[in-house]
Design a protein. Structure first.
Length: 325
């Protein structure tokens, strides 16, 4: 029996979207293959965490999962027909042609009309295609899953890669769309396993892992960047040039900027098809100068003494509280 997706992420079933994202990011970071080389257990759990998040972070998929379980994730699943079939079962099979009694005021309903010809009298298994299972005849080949790791910039910009199929020596051209994130899944139709009886080939599903970037952190479609500034720049204000994936931009540091101040630059985050472009959040970090000689140290002491005359003597007064024992 498959693990419950909520248990996999360690969140309650009524968890909000933010709690689900937070739990996923922590687990994905802790279980990432780059941090656990050769650890098969961590690799298995990492895959399970990505599959759980892929479902629970999508409101539509989550709703179907809550209602029907993993069966709802099968290809071809029809929720309306599944509900109708469930209702038919709850009526003991009555109310439809071939059964006794009535449904909805005595109306008789033909199962073939309800399920589009999927029902065959006396062959209960034929109802299986309501839940994504095919009837007899040519079967689609098995979907194949392959994990790939790309660098941060490739994930943001998108790219085209030549990959070897996991079941052969043949290569296939795949396109990673701009904005791919850790755990994103890209489906390449017809590049999976071959059908056992002449049906269409399955699909190749790529599970994407993203290497960390030395400068940028990502949250959804937003990017975060720490920018060091000098004490003089923090006091007087200045303009600094910062990198983005669309080219460097100049941003203003307001006078009297405190360390940790965050500036939002709209539209300089991650771009994904069908979504507004994310933003870039710049956190300014004031850098205290480090003296390189005794002379520098003496000069710095003199400057600091002058600066101390202007500082607030009650800066930490709000911390002087009795928290009890």
């Amino acid at each position: 029996m498959a693990d419950d997706f909520y248990s996999v992420l360690g969140v309650p079933k009524d968890a909000g979207a933010d709690a689900i994202k937070k739990a996923y990011r922590k687990l994905a970071r802790d279980l990432h293959p780059d941090k656990n080389p050769g650890n098969k257990d961590a690799e298995t759990r990492f895959k399970a965490v990505n599959r759980a998040y892929e479902t629970l972070h999508d409101p539509k998929k989550r709703g179907l999962y809550d209602e029907f379980g993993e069966e709802a994730l099968r290809e071809g699943f029809d929720a309306d027909k599944a509900r109708a079939y469930r209702q038919w079962q709850s009526q003991g099979g009555n109310g439809f042609r071939g059964g006794a009694g009535g449904f909805g005021g005595g109306r008789t309903v033909n199962l073939e009309d309800l399920f589009g010809g999927a029902y065959t009298r006396g062959a209960e298994g034929d109802l299986g295609d309501l839940f994504g299972r095919r009837r007899r005849g040519p079967m689609k080949g098995q979907d194949l899953e392959q994990e790939i790791t790309v660098d941060f910039e490739t994930a943001v910009r998108g790219t085209t890669l030549q990959l070897r199929r996991p079941d052969s020596t043949e290569t296939v051209t795949v396109r990673i769309p701009p904005g791919a994130d850790e755990g994103s899944r890209v489906r390449i139709p017809g590049q999976g396993g071959q059908s056992p009886n002449g049906g269409p080939s399955g699909d190749l599903v790529l599970v994407i892992h993203v290497r960390p970037h030395p400068l940028f952190k990502r949250e959804g479609d937003d990017l975060h960047l720490e920018v060091p500034i000098r004490v003089s720049e923090a006091v007087r204000g200045t303009k600094v040039k910062v990198p983005t994936f669309e080219g460097a931009v100049s941003v203003k540091v307001p006078p009297s900027t405190q360390s940790g101040t965050v500036l939002r630059v709209r539209g300089k985050g991650v771009s994904r098809k069908g979504r507004p472009q994310g933003d870039l959040y710049i956190r300014f970090m004031v850098h205290v100068p480090q003296p390189r000689s005794d002379r520098d140290a003496a000069e710095l002491d003199r400057v600091v003494d002058e600066l101390a005359r202007l500082e607030d003597p009650n800066l930490r007064q709000h911390l002087d509280v009795d928290l009890g024992q």
